[in-house]
Design a protein around this ligand. Structure first.
Ligand code: ADP
Ligand code: DAR
Length: 340
């Protein structure tokens, strides 16, 4: 009898792949930091509408619990047998997507990083979070030129300052119920904060779903410029920080959906015509291996025909290839919108 009973209505990948046999194999195991199978799947047990339902508590989770992580990853990311993930972060020079600024409202590219040797956010004590935050703040202080500026601690920054950041959507909220059930919100808002560059076009979230979410964004459609800023930031931070990396799965993240490049590159694009011709939009999304999210992010609705369109593949593809594919896909979508 499987000791872990998933809600009957759950269709999560972890429920599908955690057979009784695998459960028996894994339920007594724990990683060196004490992370267990029960902790890994707690979110999926509590949230019947989980799509995935499992989180990693540290890099070792992907090995210790590989009998359940591997099939979940294979099904979610698709066709990655005999994978050796390769990273390729180099600046690009692509034409501006929407020079008349008729469709694209903003461009945002984010990557996630977790520091080697630290437990991941769903499995950290307050003192580990404090040590991690200190280490990251020191690394961020080395950013130069247009990447330079300031760290705003949610715990210590001036409340008026934090309110200003919130109204400008320059900070992050407490994790959703899926992240909460996983343990990602423990001690929130302690040891959480946002680093902002002076031009407000680079943000680094500290201790959100991952140790670092490095975000380059601007209210325009120059995808290369947004990507090149991210390249400069991640290459600068890589000089002083060691990241959790696996030769098969690339960058390791709390949620297995983000491993590999951990990159989500996308735009907020207003598509009033294609909103009325969704089947055409979905064909283009499929053809260019893209995905649609709601206007306010994951699991939210589309408002005023503003679609969040981003890359779908994160694993088994390089960062530069993601950007080039996204660029081609968005050009095709804009062309279709214009033709309607
Ligand atoms: P992720 O960090 O995985 O991308 P979400 O999809 O929830 O998570 O997005 C996080 C936040 O970033 C949300 O508030 C979302 O509205 C915002 N966002 C995403 N893409 C863009 C964009 N192109 N322009 C402006 N804001 C964006
Ligand atoms: N809510 C979880 C995570 C899905 C992917 N999104 C992330 N990692 N923010 C689920 O199982 O649906």
């Amino acid at each position: 009898m499987n000791p872990f009973i998933f809600p009957e209505e759950s269709n999560s990948l972890v429920k599908k792949h955690l057979s009784q046999k695998i459960c028996k194999l894994l339920e007594q195991l724990n990683t060196d930091s004490g992370f267990t199978l029960e902790k890994a799947i707690h979110s999926g047990l509590k949230n019947p509408d989980s799509a995935i339902g499992i989180y990693a508590g540290d890099a070792q989770s992907y090995q210790t619990f590989s009998p359940v992580f591997d099939p979940v990853i294979l099904e979610y990311h698709g066709g990655v047998e005999n994978l050796k993930h390769k990273s390729d972060i180099r600046e690009l020079d692509l034409p501006v997507l929407d020079p008349e600024e008729k469709y694209i409202l903003s461009t945002r590219i984010r990557i996630a990083r977790n520091l080697k040797g630290f437990s991941f956010p769903c499995h950290m004590t307050l003192s580990q979070r404090r040590e991690l935050e200190k280490k990251i703040i020191t690394a961020l202080s080395c950013l130069k030129g247009n990447l330079k500026w300031n760290y705003y601690s949610f715990e210590h920054a001036d409340k008026k300052e934090l309110k200003r950041l919130e109204t400008k959507n320059f900070w992050f909220q407490k994790g959703d119920r899926f992240q909460d059930a996983a343990g990602i919100n423990s001690d929130f808002p302690k040891c959480r904060g946002v680093y902002l560059s002076f031009d407000k076009q680079l943000m680094v979230w500290v201790n959100e779903e991952d140790h670092l979410r490095i975000i380059s964004l601007e209210k325009a459609s120059d995808l290369s410029k947004v990507y090149n800023r991210l390249c400069q930031a991640i290459l600068a931070l890589s000089q002083t920080l060691d990241f959790a990396w696996d030769k098969t799965y690339g960058h390791l993240t709390s949620c297995p959906t983000n491993i590999g490049t951990s990159m989500r590159a996308g735009v907020h694009i207003q598509l009033e015509k294609l909103e009325q011709k969704k089947e055409l939009l979905f064909q283009l999304i499929k053809a260019y291996n893209l995905q649609i999210r709601g206007t306010r992010g994951e699991k939210t609705k589309i408002e005023n025909a503003v679609f969040d369109i981003s890359n779908s593949q994160r694993l088994g593809i390089s960062e530069s290839r993601i950007i080039q594919n996204l660029h081609a896909g968005l050009l095709a979508i804009i062309k279709a919108e214009k033709s309607l």
